[in-house]
Every structure is written in structure tokens, then in C-alpha cells.
Design a protein around this ligand. Structure first.
Ligand code: GLA
Length: 737
């Protein structure tokens, strides 16, 4: 069975034959407005490649301003050959971090945050590609003679400069004027049908035409295919909403063929399928059965329970110092004495009652005993995070019902910090966050927890203030705001290393912050972020970490998910409830975007099931990185499966063992606290797999009860079963002796 699947092919954004390619530029560090001039003499400047960071080309550790000057001739033959002669695209790849670009002294585009424009993050940053469009009749463009593109770059830390392939200049082909949006809206899932909205907008001054063919397929069988003619005037948008039958593991393709050149724009997407059964009316308590905290510090635990409202709560044997609000189900207070406690919580409604025993361990090393579950602002808002946006997602965490499944942290990532410290050296929030203490209170009163972000360097990765030499003072501020979680991101601290850092150098800044956190008077989860350097999983716990990033940054595509997720066997083998948890980065489901403009994740439904299953098997932190205020039915269903989440929240907190039973078919096996196992069978190939799985192949020789966790259904007992796993999909099972 073969699928044509999940590829999102836009008409190639790299350059076509009609083009002027850039490979090198004249380069100089520093900053001078004169360097924008066409006639400035740059003969004594260095030369640099435009497809690699300057760190790799002799400017190691350089941060700050630098200029690129690219000389080129654009032949008028290019214009003669062009099908449409209106727009020229200047493609500069990606630039780390910000740029202002001039053509012969005239500005033609800018992206990112320059020191003089702190709000510049709104236009993007280091991850954005620069496609600057100019009109072909722009007076400052000279045909058949020398032109200069001067790029003023500001790097606020880490790698710097231009870093992608295929930079250059080309005329736009007709198809480039048509803006296809296939990820603006999620699939809408109805009882029997599924709808998907795709739009096409004509940005050319004249009419453009084409045909749109929509095809729905399962395996190699076409279920429906039809063609529409599309004619679009300037500025006009054609919106196509497909009402499709709800079929599991089918794909829909939208192929637009532009008539002048027969070039195509296409998007092939898997039609999402719903696996998690509907929530029951009777109460079901979903908190982890193991909870930890330091003694003598404020404690907060919201009873996470599904079921029809109203629900009333009660608790038996609550340790001295704690009290439960019977209406909100929030437990607060503080426990004085270290030790092992246990108490029983119950939830009751008109339909029934549920009870759960919770073990509460109190000790200075018991800050976090199961992986944190919650939300972080980075993968959605990037540096454009604000108080309003955090509140909107917090409200949605509650109103959507996600809070009832145990999601609780609301963590602000980079972009909250002020430009300068106050006169007394205190860190303050910028004007997007009017009052951090109030925000903390707001979250706590709703049973949510409050997380924040900083760096041991002078600046964060986004160029905001870091905690360097202010660690103690910053922790005092966080504690006063009611912070429960700190992500501490290495970023510019790397500049302080004279030679490549060994383990002690990597540990040093984290130890400093740990000392401050110990004295914070709060139970603050300490999340190390140094991208896995020095095999942090071997010592993260020794520097006080509860959670440590094991990788670089994740993005919402299969390649990123696969590369990061399936390489976690060794890092996660260190995980446990008393040691801490490796963090393969935050979740990339729902509306993501790293800035002001969000799109629905480009992962297919099967890939998202794989994502949540694998992270749960790994005992990884589950941090949503999406705008929760735009929760669609599929995403909610994906994030509310309590049997799946229970695998992540299992009290042992172990990592899984990997078996590669054939190429691209992997089984990951995790030991659970109840003596049973969770196993994920992952199909990493480009075809669906139909196969009989024999558990003997992975050394499991007995007869078992086998439960499909996503579907919450038992399979026939035994040790052998037949299964079909979609492309990039998973079967997640609990195996009980
Ligand atoms: C780094 C981290 C990300 C995020 C950004 C913020 O890239 O790895 O998770 O925190 O910095 O600038």
C-alpha cells in the first residue's frame, strides 16, 4: 500500500533558471550608514560566503553589527525572457538575527529587532526567510550595469549572518503571484464529514487563471476527484471549502495548475482521524499519582477531573498545612515536615463519583516527580508574547477542558523582559506585561502554575536582558511574582567561554542559578536549556535541574520531529522520578508560528499521534506550544486522552528501550510503575504498514492483556496481533501480564 502523502510542495521558492545568483559578498563588522551607498568603496573589505554563518568563516563569537555588500549586474535579457515583468524577488535566505537591506542606497526591506527598534520582533527574526519584492521599474535598479545590495545585519548572540543556499534575484513567474494558504485553518471535523479550507489569492495586477483539482484517496483508491476552473482578478481570493466523507487514513490533495506556464501549487494532507473516545459524564480524576514539593513553601495542586459539572471535591488524610477548596478543587497551603505522605481525593457529580490516592513526597529534592505538563509561549508567539496572549491561552486551557486532563503550567518564554534593569538593578517586564505579580495571582487563582524564562548570559537568545551577575536578585523578583518554573537558556553565555567548554564550564552557570533557586522560598521547577551539550542528561540533576533540553529547537515538520524524537533513547534512559527528565523540546501541535502570524501545524494527524505517543513513552515534559484560544476538535481530542497521558505521567518516570524490528518500523518499550509495559509501534516509512506483530520478537514471551491506548479498547489477549499503521503513525499499547 502506498500513499502519496504529507508533502507540501509550493512552487519551488529556490531560484528558477532566470536568475542572478549570489554566492559571496564583501563583508565588514561594525556599523556605518555610509556603507549603504552604492558608490562606497568596499575594496579593502573581506569576502564572505552568503550561505553560512560568519562564525564559520573567521568571525567566531562575533555578535553585533556587520554589513554585507553584494555587487551584481542584472541583464535586460532577463526582463525580455520573463513571462510577467512586474515583480522581482530578492531572496537573501535567512539572516540571524535582524537586517535592513538597501538596493543602491534605497531601503527595500527589513526584518527583525534592531537595537534602535526593540519592537522589530513583530516582523520576525532569525528563522524567517527574506524574500524582498521590488518592482522591475524601480528607478534605483540599474539594468546591465553594477548594482549593490547592502545588508545591515545585527546579531544579538550565538550564530550570526546570512545562512541559507540559493540566494539571488529572479523575476516572479505567474504562479508566484498566487498565494496559496493551506494551513490557515484546521480541518473541521463533523459527525460524518470533514471540511478543509484552502484559499488562493492573486497578487498580480491583472487577471490570472488556473484549474484546481481536488482528490481524496485511500491507499491507491481514488474516492473522489474533481476539477474547478479558477479565474482571479487582482487582489481577489478564491476560497475552497471541501466537505469530505470522514474516512480514516485518507488523504486529500489540492493541485492548482496556473494556465500561462502550467506550473503547479499543491498541498497533500492526511485527513485527520479521531481516536480518543468521548469523555464520560461520570467524574474521572486524572492527576498523576505521585506529587512532590519542597517543605515550607507554597503548594498548589488543582484536582484534574473530567465529568459533568458541577463537581464537588473532598479529600481524606490531607497532610497538615494543606486545605482543599471543595468548589474549585484547588489544594493550597504548605507542609512543614519532610516525609512521605499520602491522601485520597474524590470528585462527585450527579452521575457518580471517583477517588484517587496521591502520594505526596516532601523534601528539598522533590520539586518535580513526574514530567511537567502545560504550555509555553515560544512555539506560538515567539518574541511577540504578551500578557493578553498568556491570559487568552490560560482561559482557553480552562474553558477548553484541557486543565481537566492535568495540563497546568503556563510558561512565558523569551520576550517578556524590559530593555534595562531598574535603578536598583531589578529585572522588570516590558510594556507587554503590565503587572507580573497580578498575572501570577491570576493563574494561581485558577489552579494554573506560572513559568518564566531567562538566560545565564547578559542577553537571552532573543536579545533581551539575561540574569548574568543578577541571579540572586532575579530569583527574588520571580519569587515575589509567584513563579513556579524557570527555563534557563544558555544563549549569550556561550560568548563567555574562552575555549570550547568542558563539563565544568557548562555546569558553572547552572550551579549559580541553582543556589539562588534553593533560597527562593518557592517550589520552582528548574529547566535547563543548553541544547544537550556535554550530554547534559548525565549531570542535569547534579546542577539542580529537574528538566533539561536534550536537543536544538524543534519545528513543525516531520523531519524535525523524527530527527529529534527518535534519537532520544540514550538521553531518556537517565530519566526517573527522583532524577529528572530529558526534554526533547516543546510540542508542535495546534496553531504555531514563532511570532505574530500563526498557522495550523504542518504535521499530519498520524505524525501528531506519533509525537504525543513518543513524548509520553519518553517521560518527556509535555509543553504545548500553540495558541490555545484557537483550539480545534482534532487538537483537543489529541491532547485529552487520559490513558495516553498516564503513560507520560507514570510514577516511575522512566525512558523506553528501542527495538528496530525492521527498517523504519520501531518498537519502543517503557516499564511502568504497576509492573506492566507501554509499547509504541512506530511506522517511520512513507507507506502504511500491515503486519503481524509478535511480541516474542522483543523478548515478551508470555500471554498478555493488550490494550490500544488511543482507542481505549482491548485487543484479543495473547502475544501476537495483526495491525495496520498509517504512514508516520503509531499503535500505542499497554501490555499487562
Ligand atoms: C532558544 C531556545 C528556544 C527559545 C528561544 C527563545 O532558541 O532553544 O526554546 O527559548 O531560545 O529566544
Amino acid at each position: 500500500m502506498r500513499y502519496l502523502i504529507f508533502i507540501f510542495l509550493l512552487y519551488s521558492s529556490s531560484l528558477s533558471a532566470q536568475q542572478v545568483q549570489f554566492k559571496t559578498a564583501a563583508f565588514k563588522t561594525g556599523d556605518d550608514p555610509k556603507w549603504a551607498d552604492q558608490n562606497f568603496d568596499d575594496k579593502d573589505w573581506g569576502t564572505i560566503k552568503t550561505n553560512a554563518y560568519w562564525e564559520n568563516q573567521g568571525y567566531d563569537k562575533y555578535d553585533g553589527f556587520a554589513w554585507y555588500r553584494i555587487h551584481f549586474i542584472i541583464p535586460s535579457s532577463l526582463k525580455e525572457q520573463a513571462v510577467l515583468k512586474e515583480n522581482i524577488e530578492i531572496f537573501l535566505g535567512s539572516i540571524d538575527d535582524a537586517d535592513i537591506t538597501f538596493l543602491n542606497g534605497v531601503e527595500i526591506g527589513r526584518t527583525g529587532r534592531m537595537p534602535e527598534n526593540p519592537d522589530g520582533y513583530k516582523s520576525g527574526g532569525r528563522l524567517n526567510e527574506r524574500h524582498y519584492i521590488i518592482k522591475a521599474d524601480l528607478p534605483s535598479l540599474h539594468w546591465d550595469r553594477d548594482n549593490v545590495i547592502a545588508i545591515r545585519v545585527y546579531d544579538n548572540g550565538g550564530n550570526g549572518g546570512m545562512y541559507l543556499e540559493n540566494e539571488g534575484i529572479r523575476f516572479w513567474d505567474p504562479v508566484n503571484y498566487i498565494k496559496m494558504e493551506a494551513y490557515n485553518a484546521p480541518f473541521m471535523i463533523g459527525e460524518k464529514t470533514v471540511s478543509k479550507k484552502v484559499s488562493f489569492q492573486n497578487q498580480y495586477s491583472q487577471i490570472l487563471k488556473g484549474t484546481l483539482v481536488t482528490t481524496i484517496k485511500t491507499d491507491d483508491k481514488v474516492i473522489r476527484s474533481f476539477q474547478q476552473n479558477v479565474e482571479l482578478n487582482h487582489g481577489e481570493t478564491f476560497v475552497n471549502v471541501e466537505d469530505m466523507p470522514r474516512i480514516d487514513a485518507a488523504t486529500v490533495s489540492f493541485v492548482f495548475t496556473e494556465s500561462l506556464q502550467n506550473a503547479i501549487l499543491q498541498s497533500v494532507q492526511e485527513i485527520p482521524y479521531i481516536l480518543t473516545p468521548k469523555e464520560k459524564n461520570t467524574p474521572q480524576i486524572n492527576n498523576a499519582s505521585l506529587v512532590g514539593t519542597k517543605p515550607n513553601v507554597p503548594f498548589l495542586l488543582k484536582i484534574a477531573v473530567t465529568g459533568e459539572r458541577p463537581i464537588s471535591f473532598s479529600a481524606k488524610q490531607l497532610p497538615k498545612g494543606l486545605k482543599l477548596d471543595a468548589v474549585t478543587g484547588i489544594i493550597t497551603g504548605q507542609v512543614e515536615l519532610e516525609g512521605e505522605y499520602s491522601f485520597t481525593i474524590s470528585a462527585k457529580n450527579i452521575a457518580g463519583k471517583d477517588e484517587k490516592k496521591i502520594s505526596l513526597l516532601i523534601g528539598n529534592d522533590k520539586v518535580l516527580l513526574t514530567p511537567p505538563m502545560g504550555w509555553n509561549s515560544w512555539n506560538c508567539w515567539g518574541l511577540a508574547v504578551s500578557d493578553e496572549r498568556v491570559k487568552a491561552s490560560s482561559n482557553a486551557m480552562i474553558n477548553s477542558g484541557l486543565i481537566n486532563h492535568g495540563w497546568s503550567y503556563m510558561n512565558i518564554d523569551d520576550g517578556w523582559e524590559s530593555e534595562k534593569r531598574a535603578a536598583d538593578g531589578n529585572i522588570e517586564a516590558n510594556n507587554k506585561f503590565p503587572d507580573m505579580k497580578l498575572l501570577g495571582d491570576y493563574l494561581h487563582s485558577r489552579g494554573l502554575k506560572f513559568g518564566i524564562y531567562s538566560s545565564p548570559g547578559t542577553t537571552t537568545c532573543g536579545g533581551f536582558l539575561g540574569s548574568y551577575q543578577h541571579e540572586e536578585q532575579d530569583v527574588k523578583t520571580y519569587a515575589a511574582w509567584g513563579v513556579d518554573y524557570l527555563k534557563y537558556d544558555l544563549c549569550s553565555y556561550r560568548k563567555l567561554y574562552q575555549t570550547p567548554p568542558g563539563i565544568p564550564q557548562l555546569q558553572a552557570p547552572y550551579l549559580v542559578m541553582n543556589e539562588a533557586l534553593k533560597r527562593s522560598g518557592r517550589n520552582i521547577v528548574y529547566s535547563l536549556c543548553e541544547y544537550g551539550m556535554g550530554e547534559v542528561w548525565k549531570w542535569g540533576n547534579q546542577v539542580g535541574g529537574n528538566v533539561w533540553r536534550t536537543t536544538g529547537d524543534i519545528t513543525d515538520n516531520w523531519n524535525s520531529l523524527k530527527t529529534i524524537g527518535f534519537s532520544q533513547e540514550i538521553p531518556s534512559s537517565y530519566n526517573s522520578n527522583h532524577y529528572g527528565f530529558g526534554d526533547p523540546d516543546m510540542l508542535i501541535v495546534g496553531y504555531v508560528g514563532w511570532g505574530d502570524h500563526l498557522h495550523i501545524t504542518k504535521l499530519s494527524a498520524s505524525e501528531q499521534y506519533t509525537h504525543i505517543s513518543l513524548w509520553s513513552l519518553l517521560s518527556a515534559p509535555l509543553m504545548l506550544g500553540c495558541d490555545l484560544s484557537k483550539m480545534d476538535a482534532f487538537t483537543y481530542n489529541l491532547l485529552s486522552n487520559d490513558e495516553v497521558l498516564a503513560i507520560d505521567q507514570d510514577a516511575l518516570g522512566k525512558g523506553p528501550k528501542k527495538y528496530e524490528i525492521e527498517k523504519d518500523l520501531q518498537i519502543w518499550v517503557k516499564d511502568l510503575a504497576d509492573g506492566n509495559k507501554a509499547i509504541g509501534i512506530f511506522n517511520l516509512s512513507e507507506s502504511s504498514v500491515k503486519k503481524t506483530i509478535n511480541l516474542k520478537e522483543i523478548g515478551m514471551n508470555e500471554q498478555y492483556k493488550i490494550r490500544d491506548l488511543w482507542r481505549q479498547k482491548n485487543l484479543a489477549a495473547g502475544n501476537k496481533f495483526e495491525t495496520v499503521i498509517p504512514v508516520h503513525g503509531v499503535l500505542l499499547l499497554k501490555i499487562t501480564k
